[in-house]
Design a protein around this ligand. Structure first.
Ligand SMILES: NC(=O)c1ccc[n+]([C@@H]2O[C@H](COP(=O)([O-])OP(=O)(O)OC[C@H]3O[C@@H](n4cnc5c(N)ncnc54)[C@H](OP(=O)(O)O)[C@@H]3O)[C@@H](O)[C@H]2O)c1
Length: 326
């Protein structure tokens, strides 16, 4: 089968598509023919060996996929060949086939395209867990989403609207702000402008943000926390801007605000029941059409480098997807 193989941690230009043996499913495992893989910011960090945890070399990058079960010895988890699934894994999704345990999979509702399914689980589960599971966002609250046109950001915009919040989307370019508005944001703001906090204050009639969804980090995070409402919750999701901010401890005291960490990788282990409930909620919205996950750009497997570069150059709108099989 064809697979992207990282033999040495390196920039994406130095990573190749190779022919490698197809994986075999042992009892208790399932083999999936992958139709599409979603690429997130983390995948770029992993190929360069810059993520918090390093995948042992060599490895196939890609953590999110959608496809069809082709082998299921013993029908683990009730899965049978021919069933359509979406999945999450530590690595291995940028390949024509993958072998996983049933816990990595979720059945795919009818009528959902593989590109949509591959854009769905990581970002939308992160957004729902953050906004509902951690921040207990309620209808009518003011939600500020930073990096709102990115993969997790646009998911937070959509989930925030589904939870009934007023969503203010912060992004760096007019195109990104239009994109956020087209996906439901009530108002937009250019957070690269020096006076953006004053504009934000006016937009919320002096109230500030009840909840801040923050996948960006750096100085923007501290600025945003300074605009938090009394009893506000600032969700630490990621550091796409490249630097980890330090928050002066007097700010939570003065603002009556809280900083809450979010880690998708730990939800299933630490709060499996909550993850199950949130996935049920998400797939329900997906099945009844209330939630239409945003597919940003689709690349052929041969062009996988384009998906990584779009994110690394801050050019991505929504989630980048690599189409693998037809
Ligand atoms: N905690 C979790 O469980 C979890 C789950 C998924 C992802 N993450 C993390 O969340 C972060 C965002 O992931 P994502 O998939 O949403 O990424 P993404 O699609 O690339 O979006 C990130 C956004 O950050 C902004 N940004 C600011 N400075 C940037 C820079 N120097 N380079 C790139 N983007 C920059 C960009 O918006 P503007 O141009 O508008 O500023 C961009 O749209 C990453 O750090 C990722 O590791 C965490």
């Amino acid at each position: 089968m064809k697979a992207v193989v990282v033999e040495q941690y390196a920039p994406i230009d130095q990573i190749e598509l190779k022919d490698v043996p197809s994986p075999r499913a042992e009892p208790g495992q399932l083999r999936i023919k992958i139709e599409a893989a979603g690429i997130g910011f983390v995948d770029g960090l992993k190929t360069e060996g810059r993520y918090q945890t390093k995948d042992p070399l060599p490895f196939i990058p890609g953590t999110e996929f959608a496809g069809v079960v082709t082998d299921a010895p013993g029908a683990p988890g009730g899965y049978q060949p021919g069933m359509r699934v979406m999945g999450m894994t530590r690595s291995g999704a940028l390949a024509e086939e993958i072998v996983v345990k049933p816990e990595a999979l979720h059945p795919l509702p009818d009528g959902v395209a593989p590109e949509v399914a591959a854009s769905f689980r990581a970002n939308y589960l992160t957004a729902l867990y953050a906004l509902s599971g951690r921040a207990s966002l309620v209808a009518g609250e003011q939600l500020l989403v930073l990096g709102a046109a990115g993969g997790t950001g646009i998911a937070a915009v959509q989930i925030g609207k589904l939870l009934g919040a007023r969503v203010i989307a912060a992004a760096s370019t007019p195109e990104k702000r239009e994109f956020a508005q087209a996906h439901g944001a009530d108002a937009v703001i250019d957070y690269t402008q020096a006076g953006w906090r004053d504009t934000f204050k006016e937009m919320t009639d002096g109230h500030g943000a009840d909840v801040i969804f923050d996948p960006v980090g750096g100085d923007i995070s501290v600025q945003a926390f300074r605009s938090i409402a009394w009893r506000g919750r600032h969700l630490v999701v990621g550091f796409a801007g490249g630097s980890i901010p330090a928050l002066p401890f007097n700010l939570p005291l003065l603002k009556g605000g809280a900083l809450l960490g979010v880690d998708l990788a730990q939800i299933g282990v630490r709060e499996p029941e909550l993850q199950k409930r949130l996935m049920g909620e998400l797939t329900g919205w997906l099945a009844d059409g209330q939630l239409k996950p945003v597919v940003g750009q689709i690349f052929a497997l041969e062009d996988f480098r384009g998906a990584f570069k779009a994110m690394q150059t801050r050019a991505a709108l929504g989630k980048m997807v690599v189409r693998i099989a037809r």
